[in-house]
Write a protein that binds this ligand. Structure first.
Ligand SMILES: Cc1cn([C@H]2C[C@H](O)[C@@H](COP(=O)(O)OP(=O)(O)OP(=O)(O)O)O2)c(=O)[nH]c1=O
Length: 209
């Protein structure tokens, strides 16, 4: 069997991958380290994209090392990282990852909606790193534009009472109640949820999976 290793703790990525690869061929093996390089101080698209690929590449390296140590046979390793990129009021780029895990997460997410989302458009990027057993790699980025509805404090206050924003890049889930904030998207929907299926399908096809 051609085993595909998903280098991720994200249940959403697991579900999405199952649209392309048979359930029995998928094995989840998260990176040992949950620490990720950050985006602090990165203000231009080239640096942000390069850092996104570094993070996906680090996840892939971590899991390839684990596989080498255990001697397990595999066909492909898939790693990804997703962020939202918005513009602040001065036109600077701001990168939004997952909300903080502390008790202030609601305040942070409320700030993101008010400062960056309501009535505006942001970009969701997923960096992909796909390695095969020979060590060959493909790295690429999918981008999707997401336009949000005008300010709706009642909806936002209710949304913050749900747990949905936690553990989601950018603090919302387009596949869930977060869809009520979305006016339109341009580009891949699965990319926003964490794994761009169209791009990944092309890569896996090239590997004859
Ligand atoms: C924007 C958005 C993100 N998300 C989720 C998908 C991913 O789980 C998460 C992206 O965060 P990441 O930090 O890329 O991934 P992760 O830490 O959850 O998983 P990994 O182990 O692979 O590092 O955000 C949604 O589910 N829906 C959305 O609309």
């Amino acid at each position: 069997m051609k085993r595909v290793i998903l280098a991720s703790r994200s249940p959403r990525r697991r579900e999405l991958l199952a649209h392309l690869v048979a359930e029995e061929s998928i094995q989840v093996l998260p990176p040992r380290s949950a620490e990720e390089a950050g985006f602090d101080g990165l203000r231009d698209w080239a640096s942000i994209k390069s850092q996104l690929l570094n993070i996906a590449g680090d996840k892939c390296d971590d899991v390839c090392e684990q596989l080498a140590e255990s001697g397990a046979a595999f066909h492909t390793v898939v790693a990804a990282d997703t962020v939202g990129v918005c513009g602040d009021k001065d036109g600077n780029l701001v990168v939004l990852g997952q909300p903080p895990e502390d008790s202030n997460w609601q305040e942070t997410v409320a700030g993101w909606f008010r400062d960056y989302y309501f009535g505006r458009e942001h970009t969701v990027l997923t960096g992909l790193c796909v390695a095969d057993a020979s060590g060959a790699r493909v790295e690429c980025i999918a981008t999707t534009q997401v336009a949000m509805v005008a300010e709706d404090d009642e909806l936002l206050n209710w949304y913050l009472t749900t747990d949905e924003p936690r553990g989601k890049a950018g603090g919302y889930a387009i596949q869930g109640a977060g869809s009520m904030f979305v006016e339109s998207i341009s580009g891949s929907l699965s990319n926003v949820i964490g794994l761009p299926l169209e791009l990944l399908r092309e890569i896996l096809n090239e590997q004859n999976l």
